[in-house]
Write a protein that binds this ligand. Structure first.
Ligand code: NA7
Length: 532
């Protein structure tokens, strides 16, 4: 059985950087396993039409650790497409010569901690095994596709595609009656593209969602070069400002009149991206009355855009804006003005069953040739539970996380020594710019490994007390906001039976400061063992 210093699961943003850092900066022997056929992680799988980074991204949704990589890649648009991000990650893999240490098309089906050996043994779907002292799970926050158990779905004879597992061969909607279930980021991105060629598109909506205009545009070279010239400053600002390089507003809504506030919302709307949410006034995600005013402003935009008042009514969201993932829109609401698009509100007209040739709702039959499931993911915890590692005493992660996703710092788990997660439950994950968050987390994991090696320690593991305090801290931060008042995948609410618990640290900047403090204090909250 081959043995390595570290095994990494996943070759998306987090895994690729972990391979580079541990192999090239720390000199460890490393093997990466990935079930995909190439690098890219979520960007390898999510290749549905219209897929883009769901934040005003470039040049910030990218690695920041290497000036050569920053200089060497020209981002063509402000909101990068899936194809561009995937090409970028392939470029990074080439530049850093990463592929030679990645075993693709290899799914890890089991991972067991060996207490005597102070290390992990993994098993692949084909029965191969490999061992390592450290197991780094860069398995992705949005990996395990949520396929709802809708009655009769297996009887449906048409093609079914999940946005999170999109086929690699071209998918044509030409002349077809297409159904889309789900109107989160993936659905909202795919729907305008599918509508362009489908004979008819029926959208089945459970929860109407807010979206802000993406205002995607070509990124002029001069603008990109200006960012590059100040790259280190931008990186520092991003770490200290919650993942964005730009300061957020200090304006208070109470200092403005109602007319002034509306004018400011219009200005932020015109600027696009997340501006309305983060830069109109302070506290949109914490103050109920302010949030309701901003929410109503956006509802007004939906009413203005969608010509049929009945369709517009069904599309009006009724939760606090921003408390489900904020979606950036590239023509979603306008799509409902097309004659070939119709909307079914599942709250008024629920699905009763699939038939062989369509979907039967309470009010009638909808003929369907092809079904697109844009129904999201078992987010954050799902990819770890799919591997279901067995820690000390053979206890499985499924047992450990049966009622609560307990972690320390979102990266370590009590009873699972020498295992580290990138973007695990309790980390900033999707609430921070993920490539940079991944870099900072991996750097910390590298520091931890170096600490063990230099002090001749064989194993490190979070204490249960540290986990309990961490959970309290995460939930406390979330409780100070409006997030917990909305059913969302941030709380596991999209998966039937999933424990309800806020899954992310909402203040990435203080989190990364905290990681440094924990390390500076000799890895506070951890227990260690000498090399056996
Ligand atoms: P999301 O954001 O979880 O959206 C999934 C959508 O599917 C959402 O509208 C759900 O409605 C809907 N859904 C889920 N299950 C069902 C069932 N059983 N019936 C009807 N509708 C259902 O996933 P995305 O892939 O769009 O985006 C995930 C993240 O990827 C995104 O936030 C970005 O960070 C990138 P619900 O709102 O739960 O009522």
């Amino acid at each position: 059985m081959p043995h390595f210093d570290a095994i990494i699961i996943g070759s998306g943003f987090g895994g690729l950087y972990a391979l580079h850092h541990l192999r090239d900066m720390l000199g460890l022997s490393v093997r990466v396993f990935d079930s995909a056929g190439g690098v890219g992680g979520t960007w390898w799988y999510n290749r549905y039409p219209g897929a883009r980074v769901d934040a005003p991204s470039t040049p910030f949704y990218a690695y920041t650790f290497s000036r050569e990589l920053v200089e060497g890649w020209d981002w063509p648009e402000t909101q990068a497409s899936q194809g561009t991000v995937l090409a970028y990650l392939e470029y990074v893999a080439d530049q850093l010569d990463l592929r030679k240490d990645i075993q693709f098309n290899t799914r890890i089906t089991d991972a067991r901690y060996d207490e005597a050996a102070q290390g992990w043994t993994v098993e692949t779907h084909s029965g191969e095994t490999a061992s390592a002292q450290f197991l780094i799970c860069a398995t992705g926050a949005l990996f395990v596709a949520n396929r709802p158990a809708i009655p009769g779905i297996d009887d449906f004879t048409g093609k079914i595609c999940h946005t999170g597992r999109w086929p690699h061969e071209p998918v044509s909607f030409e002349g077809k009656s297409v159904a889309v279930i789900g109107t989160g980021s993936s659905g909202m991105q795919a729907i305008p593209e599918i509508a362009k060629t489908a004979k008819h598109l029926t959208v089945f909506q459970r929860t109407p969602q807010f979206a802000l205009p993406a205002r995607n545009r070509p990124l002029p070279k001069a603008e990109l070069d200006a960012f590059r010239a100040n790259w280190e400053d931008h990186r520092g600002s991003m770490i200290h400002r919650g993942g964005s390089p730009f300061p957020t507003t200090k304006l208070r809504a109470r200092d403005a009149t109602a007319e002034e506030r509306q004018a400011r919302y219009e200005q932020m709307w015109a600027e696009g991206g997340m501006q309305l949410l983060i830069n109109s006034y302070r506290g949109v995600l914490t103050k109920e009355a302010l949030n309701e005013e901003v929410s109503e402003f956006v509802r007004g935009k939906i009413r203005e855009t969608v010509k049929d008042p009945e369709t517009a009514r069904k599309l009006l969201p009724d939760y606090f804006i921003g408390t489900k993932r904020m979606i950036l829109d590239n023509g979603y609401f306008e799509t409902y003005n097309r004659p070939n698009v119709s909307l079914v509100d599942l709250r008024e007209d629920p699905i009763e069953t699939f038939t062989q040739t369509g979907i039967r709702t309470r009010k009638g039959d909808h003929p369907v040739d092809m079904l697109v499931l844009a129904t999201g993911f078992d987010a954050v915890s799902g990819s770890m539970l799919a591997i279901n590692p067995k820690g000390r005493g053979g206890v499985s992660l499924k047992e450990k996380w049966a009622d609560r996703f307990e972690t320390y710092l979102g990266t370590a788990i009590a009873d699972f020594p020498n295992l580290f997660m990138v973007h695990g439950p309790g980390s900033p994950g999707v609430f921070f710019t993920m490539p940079l968050g991944g870099e900072c987390t991996v750097n910390w994991i590298g520091r931890c490994i170096s600490h063990l090696r230099s002090t001749r320690l064989g194993a490190i593991e979070a204490t249960p007390e540290a986990e309990t305090l961490w959970d309290e801290e995460i939930q406390g931060i979330a409780a100070g906001t409006l997030y917990p008042r909305t059913n969302s995948w941030y709380l596991g609410a999209n998966i039937p039976g999933k424990p309800r618990q806020f899954l992310g640290h909402l203040n990435g900047s203080s989190y990364f400061k905290r990681l440094t403090e924990v390390a500076d204090a000799g890895f506070e909250g951890f227990m260690t063992e000498p090399v056996r």
